[in-house]
Ligand binder design. Structure first.
Ligand code: VG1
Ligand code: CO
Length: 544
């Protein structure tokens, strides 16, 4: 086996977004495109040489081919050992768990998360650092700079290795260990939650749940943990087989894309509990009978009840939420007397707070919840957390939710996405908003008077790094809020996200329909940003 050095030229636009580099498969398949990015990781992360690297993906189209290329490049770049999930599969939280447990110097996750897969769809690559978390801005910036100057990459000349056979082999001087993708992760979950208690809940015969793996990576994890270890009825997990095109769907666990699952929760015959996860297993959607728990509420409820789960028995150091996430968890933090941090969108911003022990739980409105057990958001972890709470409380999801609102108030919440709009129109819209910010405080829009308006900037309390232009916030005196930002994960044009939040402390008004409550705010949001005029869209593409 011989190491070859191949000449190459930089590609434009290999800048990682909110969560890794995401492009259409056909972009990734251009000659040297993937290789340039991977070599830029090795060139900037010198510690990988001589160390352990974890590699796995969500099983989408191009996952296996990319894995083989990365393995040959790792061998040529002096990596000592690579851990690869069987079949090239590993969920994002499982990669994080393995990096930490096996003291790896990094990990590569092949996924475009909730974006569709297939030859005409999306592929992605993320790099995780030794704490198990997504590379922070400093690291992604260095990798991106390197992609702009790259002139050669190294790769071993070798045949493909068998990704399906568990065990150790060698690739040149590098050891390759094909591992069971589920085992280490399942073991970690057992240390956090009371598996016996959950087992009894399933055994009672009075509790029924469904989990939708959306033909993405969590299928094998959910079958092993829910059905085999916890005794849920076989068939609890639906769409459990990972497919390269996710069965043609969007592996995005929300009310729009997991419609089939939502239908199973409706009416008197509906299941008691239902959940879904996304392409790479880091998102979660929580449903009860005739009841949807918004991700922002879920974070607040988990924070308020964390002490009931064995892994969090001693309470929480603090909590954090991404800026657009509703402020439901802030009130829980107040009540518990712990710190609450507001960070920019993207899990990488929680890493320092978790490492420094300042927070225990954190979450995002985009169906992401997690804790200090790993350094990624974790879909199945959230599902198990809810199962543990349900086993203790022996109450329907809907009543847990209502009790929570009664005690802390309800934050009605909705996100409106305008997908694939013109990039310049989107930039113009944000610029227009920015220019108008200073004049907003004190102005009235219907019943709402503007309290503050700014372009969110964040100074990391641990390392002092600063991040600007993280989204426009407009807060009103009555506690409601409008947030605008442009997505950093899309692969077509721009996506405008408008986040709406309205606060309701009065229990008598906490059972209204979200869309009705949001209508006046949505109208104000549209007017302020001139959405229709600038994008040509008279309604959002997706409302979650
Ligand atoms: C979206 C979400 C963000 C999340 C990111 C990655 O980013 O809004 O909260 O962290 O996806 O999630 P954006 O920039 O498109 O709004 V996933 O499941 O890719 O790993
Ligand atoms: Co994801």
């Amino acid at each position: 086996m011989r190491t070859k050095t191949i000449e190459t030229r930089p590609y434009e636009g290999q800048r990682p977004g909110t969560s890794g580099l995401r492009k259409k498969v056909r972009v990734f398949r251009q000659p040297h495109y993937l290789e340039n990015f991977v070599q830029s990781i090795f060139d900037t992360q010198a510690d990988l040489a001589g160390g352990t690297l974890v590699v796995g993906g969500d099983g989408r189209y191009y996952n296996r081919e990319a894995t083989q290329i990365i393995l040959r490049m790792a061998a040529a770049n002096g990596v000592a050992r690579v851990l690869v999930g069987q079949g090239g599969l590993l969920s994002t939280p499982a990669v994080s768990c393995l990096i930490r447990k096996r003291q790896a110097r990094g990990g590569i996750v092949l996924s475009a998360s909730h974006n569709p897969g297939g030859p005409e769809e999306d592929f992605g690559i993320k790099f995780n650092v030794p704490n198990g978390g997504p590379a922070p801005e400093g690291v992604t910036g260095a990798i991106h700079r390197r992609t702009g100057e790259i002139s050669r990459y190294r790769i071993l000349e070798a045949a493909d290795i068998d990704l399906d056979r568990i065990g150790k082999t060698h690739l040149g001087g590098m050891e390759v260990e094909i591992i069971d993708p589920v085992a280490d992760y399942a073991e970690l979950m057992q240390t956090l939650f009371d598996f016996d208690r959950i087992h009894q809940l399933f055994n009672s015969g009075l509790f029924h749940m469904r989990f939708d793996a959306m033909h993405a990576v969590t299928g094998p994890y959910a079958v092993c943990i829910l059905e085999r270890m916890l005794g849920a009825t076989p068939g609890t997990v639906m769409n459990g087989e990972p497919l390269p095109d996710f069965g043609g769907g969007h592996p995005d666990p929300n009310l729009v894309h997991a419609r089939e699952l939502v239908a199973l929760t409706r009416g008197s015959g509906g299941v008691d509990f239902a959940a879904a996860s996304d392409g790479d297993g880091d998102r979660n959607m929580i449903l009860g009978r005739d009841c949807f728990v918004t991700p922002s509420d879920s974070l607040a409820i988990l924070a308020a009840n964390a002490h009931l789960a064995p892994g969090y028995r001693r309470g929480l150091a603090g909590v954090a939420r991404s800026m657009p996430t509703s402020r439901a968890v802030d009130r829980v933090a107040d009540a518990l007397g712990i710190e609450c941090f507001e960070t920019p969108t993207g899990w990488k911003f929680f890493g320092n707070l978790l490492d420094a022990g300042r927070i225990t739980l954190c979450g995002e409105e985009s169906f992401g919840t997690g804790s200090n057990h790993v350094r990624e958001k974790d879909g199945l972890w959230a599902v198990l957390f809810w199962l543990d709470l349900l086993a203790v409380k022996q109450q329907p999801v809907a009543s847990i939710l209502r009790e929570h609102w009664r005690r802390f108030g309800r934050n009605y919440y909705s996100r409106h996405d305008y997908e694939a709009i013109d990039t310049e129109a989107a930039a113009g819209l944000m610029q227009h908003l920015r220019e108008g910010l200073a004049a907003l405080p004190g102005q009235r829009f219907g019943d709402h008077e503007v309290d503050f308006a700014d372009d969110f900037a964040y100074t990391d309390p641990v390392d002092g790094s600063r991040c600007e232009n993280q989204g426009i916030r407009i807060g009103f005196r009555d506690g409601s809020r409008i947030v605008y930002r442009l997505s950093g994960t899309g692969t077509e044009g721009a996506t405008l996200r408008v986040y709406l939040e309205a606060c309701e402390p009065d229990p008598a008004k906490q059972n209204r329909e979200t869309a009705k409550v949001m209508a006046p705010l949505a109208e104000i949001a549209g007017g302020l940003a001139q959405i229709e005029q600038r994008t040509g869209r008279d309604r959002p593409s997706v409302i979650t």
